[in-house]
Design a protein around this ligand. Structure first.
Ligand code: ATP
Ligand code: MG
Length: 596
């Protein structure tokens, strides 16, 4: 077979509106002449630098107030992916402008997560990891600049008056009595705010735009508030903090961001973003051309909630074991569940990018995991609900206590990965539901008089079962059909319809296996503002005492396997140890009854 050049190039990624915008900007050289000093900085600093070698700059700007979830993965894959694809760079920026609730341990976890997903904020040896709190001085300068331009004022109305005077959708707002303060008075009051002379909530700095605007976000939005709180980086240096809508565009501008991509909730903020950029560019404070904001639909996934606040509630109220509980839609949780970076990236690519909100079915995510694990995961046998299978004629035919070595490929489509070994003897374990006293129609597994193949082993004929006083089956009995060992000549001369998996009593390893179900009973647990706690599935975790083939006891923590007929399972990265296995079910097999 010959390979043409075309077939060797990477598949073309499907286009989307963001790609089109970027392609058009790159073609038109919208940002072609923009200069970059090598680090974030104001207009004059950047303009003293060389032409930016990054064709585009995007950013992923998490607030370090919780662990990242699957929704953030969409934003990460988008921002880092677009930068990669268009000769740009993506900055990792901690949006730590809110002194409360932010914490260093979240910062560390976010760094880990982005790297785990396979992305980097380094370009040519330069790290583009930033934190918004480093920009507080500049933001303060911008605020004073707006005051001197008479487009910002200190409002000392009560919170209630401010709310009422904002108007609503159908009613224009009313000017604050403080709106007509002089520039000098505003500067003095703003400096008093900064100096800590005013109490929390007693004053805010507002942009002076238009109290009658049809867009409520333009009715003099607050841009600085007073918070006497200790910040995890700046300590007690500040008692006033910028509002997100003011801080974010400035952060983008200082970092030379070209395309500032955010979720649709921010669409109505875009006019303020542009207003602020125009003011600051006109004043020479920021580099030009300024960044622009583009909105995409956030990821909504069925059967989970994707809000850090709600996830924190699940953790704090002990509905789950922690942020990395394998039922959580956090990236650390999905990872512990057995999700791989490849599965996550495939999922994000598959769902695409649009401008209209939709719900993605959880099964799409599961499908991506199966698809990526199928070619990767080693195979193994395990029995999750074991019952003993006794081969009555084993000792007579094979010799008392004989153990017959058996082997199976590590991966059926990749012989180079070698084989795994285990033993067949008089006593084995099988799944309890692989025996039926009275078989339903189409049941080909063990029932009295039926023959089945024990995969990679022998064909046996079922005799019956032993029950205890409670009528519970304690043992299934069978007879060996000689000369039927898999892979030996004549093994297929006896025809059977059923093949079942098993683990030897001599070398099987007992282990807890956690079977997870969906965390919520309802597909949109918080849809319509409902109480999502009421939608919790209280049966989402079942731990079984399983039997595993010996190869599984040697697994590395975090290693994934396909348990034949059962699904994909991962060695728990926290609790599993060699010799003392602990497995989590990642996802079931779509088609669990393939007889091989
Ligand atoms: P949460 O409501 O969970 O706290 P957030 O948007 O406040 O989410 P941030 O840390 O501010 O969390 O978000 C970082 C980035 O991730 C933002 O650019 C945000 O738009 C994006 N993001 C958050 N949730 C989603 C989602 N469900 N789908 C796509 N992007 C998301
Ligand atoms: Mg947020």
């Amino acid at each position: 077979m010959t390979h043409s050049k075309a077939t060797e190039t990477a598949p073309v990624k499907p286009s989307n509106f963001l790609r089109q915008i970027i392609e058009s900007d790159v073609a038109k050289q919208t940002y072609g002449q923009r200069r970059w000093s090598g680090r974030p900085g104001d207009g004059p600093t950047q303009q003293a630098g060389a032409v930016d070698i990054a064709k585009i700059r995007t950013r992923f700007p998490p607030e370090p107030n919780g662990y990242l979830h699957i929704g953030h993965a969409k934003s990460i894959c988008l921002n880092f992916g677009l930068a990669q694809d268009y000769g740009g760079v993506c900055h990792l920026r901690f949006d730590d402008t809110n002194p409360e609730k932010e914490d260093q341990r979240y910062v560390d976890a976010i760094v880990d997560t982005v790297q785990w997903l396979g992305f980097s904020w380094e370009q040519n040896g330069t790290s583009h990891r930033y934190q918004a709190s480093d920009y507080f001085d500049f933001m303060y300068r911008c605020a004073e600049f707006l005051i001197t331009q008479d487009v910002a004022y200190v409002d000392e109305q009560s919170a209630e008056d401010m709310r009422v005077n904002r108007g609503d959708f159908g009613t224009p707002g009313t000017d604050s009595p403080f709106r007509s303060r002089s520039v000098e008075e505003n500067l003095a009051r703003f400096r008093a705010m900064r100096a800590g002379e005013l109490a929390d909530g007693s004053a805010v700095l507002r942009a002076k735009i238009d109290m009658a605007s049809a867009n409520i976000n333009l009715r003099d939005p607050a841009i600085y508030r007073i918070r006497h709180a200790t910040h995890h980086h700046t300590g007690d240096q500040w008692c006033i903090y910028p509002m997100y809508t003011f801080a974010h565009p400035i952060e983008d501008a200082l970092e030379n961001i070209t395309h500032s991509i955010c979720t649709l909730e921010f669409e109505d903020q875009r006019p303020f973003y542009d207003w602020l950029m125009t003011q600051l560019a006109t004043g020479g404070l920021i580099n030009t051309p300024p960044p622009k904001q583009y909105e995409f639909a956030r990821l909504n996934l069925t059967y989970v909630v994707t809000s850090k606040r709600k996830l924190a509630q699940l953790v704090n109220d002990h509905h789950v074991a922690g942020w990395d509980d394998p039922r959580m839609p956090t990236i650390v949780g999905l990872r512990r569940r057995g999700y791989t970076p490849a599965a996550m990236r495939l999922f994000i690519e598959r769902i695409g990018v649009t401008k209209s909100d939709a719900w993605i079915d959880y099964s799409t995510l599961e499908g991506c995991l199966r698809e990526t694990l199928d070619s990767e995961a080693a195979r193994a046998m395990a029995v999750l609900d074991p019952v003993k299978l006794h081969i009555e004629n084993w000792d007579a035919l094979m010799g008392a206590g004989h153990l017959e070595p058996c082997s199976a490929p590590v991966h059926p489509h990749d012989p180079e990965r070698g084989t795994r070994a285990f033993s067949f003897g008089a006593d084995l374990f099988i799944e309890r539901d692989d025996y039926a006293e009275e078989p339903p129609k189409g049941y080909f597994r063990l029932f009295p008089g039926n023959k089945v193949r024990l995969k990679y082993g022998y064909i046996v004929e079922c005799i019956g079962a032993v029950r205890d006083a409670d009528d519970r089956i304690t043992q299934v009995n069978a007879r060996l059909i000689p000369d039927t060992k898999s892979g030996t000549p004549g093994a297929s001369s006896v025809k059977v319809k059923g093949v079942i998996t098993w683990v030897g009593a001599s070398d099987g390893v007992r282990a807890p296996v956690r079977l997870y179900d969906r965390l919520f009973k309802e597909s949109q647990p918080d849809g319509g503002g409902r109480d999502f706690i009421a939608a919790l599935n209280t049966d989402s975790l079942q731990t079984v005492e399983a039997l595993l083939e010996p190869s599984l006891a040697q697994a590395a923590p975090g290693q994934s396997f396909q348990f034949e007929r059962l699904g994909y399972f991962v060695a728990d990265r926290e609790e599993h140890q060699k010799g003392q296995p602990v497995f989590n079910r990642s996802v079931g097999l779509k088609d669990s009854w393939v007889a091989v």
